[in-house]
Design a protein around this ligand. Structure first.
Ligand code: AHR
Length: 585
């Protein structure tokens, strides 16, 4: 029998594997699971429309289709191949996946792996900046250990100076001889004295040392359009002008490249408590003066909503979409706590673990709903969605200043980051940048410092493992996975993303959200002829595992080799509560 046409000698033998049905190609010896699915009459994997409301709905629909079709095809093939007496295997509890390795269209911008640094607590002072006279090894005042660590994860872009701080920052106070710079009060973050020692020159020097793009956030809340225009001219104009000459006087001859400029921050809240329409009008006015000078093509970023503030997105898009290159979105997550008691970063039980996983998954509908609004005003997808603040937000570490937002970072944060990044990858057609909050010593940090000591957090390791996705092509995935159930509630236990780079290597990032069950995954690499696999895993014995200054290596990636390749079927078992990245050549 020609299996596809239903006549002639069969090309395939049906085999039953540990957890399902496989086709064995007699000619090539290639075993394929997905091939069975392609033999079905009608369409099995109907293209899921991007506009479907939520990821959960999509998964439910997909599962339903898949289980119906798997049952039909199983019976059809077993009968057709004289194997009707073989039992139809129960499909539940099995994680199945198809990666369409030759069907990728969109590029995952490396800027999705971007960072955010604010004049807040010890992010800048003590984090990036120690000053030229510090005994801590530094280059022009910037910590060498921190630069080295961030270069390792190929930090693509850094946002600065805030955050809420941006809308009270007056850049002219932060240039010129350091000992002459005026001080100011950092009213948002502890009423501490800001010395202005770290200003425009120091930030742009930092970006050059890191080899990353600069994303400067301007002051709309308490600043002026003139200040904005002057700042952009100061940083980027090559010719003869008052601002360019001031820059030269302050020691920098050539202009810097500043690719991204944010027009305000959270202007619905700390950035001026505006209504969406008054902000949109102000945005239109301010952005006029954000000029592209001397070949520096600047992307203007409008302030978008915080989490589910869809009316804000709608109004700002409606009134200002013609004048923006991107619009922001902020989304912070926690466990079951509230803003007053967010919960401890390190002392939690499974209920709190589950709550964070569930809350993290809200990023999917959040992106989809915002993208849907953007599509209405920008159907061609010209405007980027920049998730320029995201991450976990816990109670501060006991004994630290509550306004400094210093929190520890556990395996739970790492798995949450893995999910966020997979979601951004998936929506990379629109999500052109994301910046985790914040790089050092604040919220979901990459790095924690204590005087001369520096440690890397579990979240840092996720960024390091995921760097294989930078600028790679997103691969479409169909996933049918089991649930992670806690109490009466369930969420999908797996979260995945895949990409293909310029040299043809495929990378998969897989998160097992379940702290109690390993996850066996069968993955068909449709369109690929894989030869080799390697992998790394981030996990630990305890959900609460984290790195400390005394014990900095508790959570770090290790080699992962619990997989097997048969033809283009990859089978792997993911450890509980883990992030795994596989490389397939
Ligand atoms: O990242 C901390 C703060 O969170 C930022 O300053 C602000 O934009 C957001 O509310």
């Amino acid at each position: 029998m020609d299996t596809e046409a239903g006549k002639g000698e069969p090309d395939y033998k049906v085999r039953i594997g540990i957890s399902g049905l496989f086709l064995f190609d007699k000619k090539t010896g290639v075993v394929s699971w997905n091939r069975i699915l392609r033999l079905l009459p009608g369409e099995i994997f109907q293209e899921r429309r991007e506009s479907e409301r939520t990821e959960k709905m999509k998964l439910t629909m997909f599962r339903k289709r898949l289980s119906e079709k798997v049952t039909i095809v199983t019976v059809v093939l077993l009968v057709g191949c004289g194997l009707a007496d073989a039992a139809v295997k129960e499909e539940s509890g099995v994680n199945r996946m198809i990666i369409y390795t030759d069907k990728g269209k969109e590029t995952i911008s490396r800027n999705i792996y971007g960072h955010f640094s604010e004049h807040l607590g010890r992010c800048i002072y003590g984090g990036f900046w120690v000053g030229e006279d510090s005994p801590i090894p530094n280059t022009r005042g910037i910590r060498n250990d921190v630069v080295e660590a961030l270069r390792k994860i190929r930090i693509p872009v850094l946002r600065w100076p805030g955050g809420c701080f941006a809308d009270e920052y007056h850049w002219k106070e932060g240039v010129g001889p350091r000992d002459k710079r005026p001080t100011m009060i950092n009213t948002h973050w502890g009423m501490v004295t800001e010395t202005n020692a770290f200003g425009t020159h120091e930030f742009l020097d930092l970006c050059e040392q890191l080899g990353c793009e600069a994303y400067v956030a301007g002051n709309v809340g308490s600043g002026t359009a003139e200040e904005t225009q002057d700042w952009v001219e100061y940083m980027t104009f090559d010719g003869d002008s008052e601002m360019a000459n001031l820059r030269r006087m302050n020691g920098r001859d050539k202009p810097w490249r500043v690719k991204y400029f944010g027009v305000g921050n959270e202007n619905w809240g700390c950035g001026g408590n505006m209504s969406p329409s008054s902000y949109a009008d102000l945005y239109n006015r301010f952005q006029t003066y954000v000029r592209s000078y001397s070949g520096n093509r600047i992307v203007k970023v409008a302030c978008g909503p915080g989490s589910e503030n869809y009316p804000w997105m709608r109004t700002v898009m409606e009134r200002a979409h013609r004048n923006m290159g991107a619009i922001s979105l902020h989304h912070y997550v926690r466990g079951s706590g509230n803003w007053t008691r967010k919960g401890s970063a390190t002392k939690f039980d499974e209920a709190e673990w589950f709550a964070l996983m569930k809350n993290t998954l809200t990023i999917y509908p959040l992106l989809e709903n915002n993208i849907e609004i953007m599509n209405r005003f920008d159907p061609r997808g010209r405007i980027g969605l920049f998730v320029d603040e995201w991450g976990t937000w816990w109670d501060v570490e006991p004994g630290t200043n509550p306004d400094f937002l210093y929190q520890q970072n556990t395996l739970r944060d790492a798995v949450s980051a893995g999910i966020f990044l997979n979601a951004f990858n998936k929506h990379c057609r629109r999500v052109k940048m994301a910046n985790i909050a914040q790089t050092i010593n604040v919220l979901q940090a990459m790095i924690l410092t204590k005087d001369e000591k520096m440690i890397l957090t579990p979240t840092y390791h996720v960024f390091e493992m995921y760097k294989v996705h930078h600028d790679a092509t997103l691969l479409p995935i169909e996933l049918e996975c089991s649930d992670y159930t806690f109490g009466n509630d369930s969420i999908p236990a797996l979260n995945v993303s895949a990409s293909k780079n310029d040299s043809g290597s495929i990378h998969m990032s897989l998160c097992n959200l379940d702290p109690g069950n390993t996850a066996e995954v069968h993955c068909a690499l449709e369109g690929a002829e894989p030869k080799e696999i390697s992998g790394r895993v981030l996990t630990a014995k305890a959900m609460t595992a984290h790195n400390t200054f005394e014990n900095p290596q508790v959570v770090k990636p290790t080699i992962f080799n619990n997989f097997k390749l048969e033809g283009n079927i990859l089978t792997t078992t993911l450890p509980t509560k883990s992030v795994v990245v596989l490389e397939i050549e």
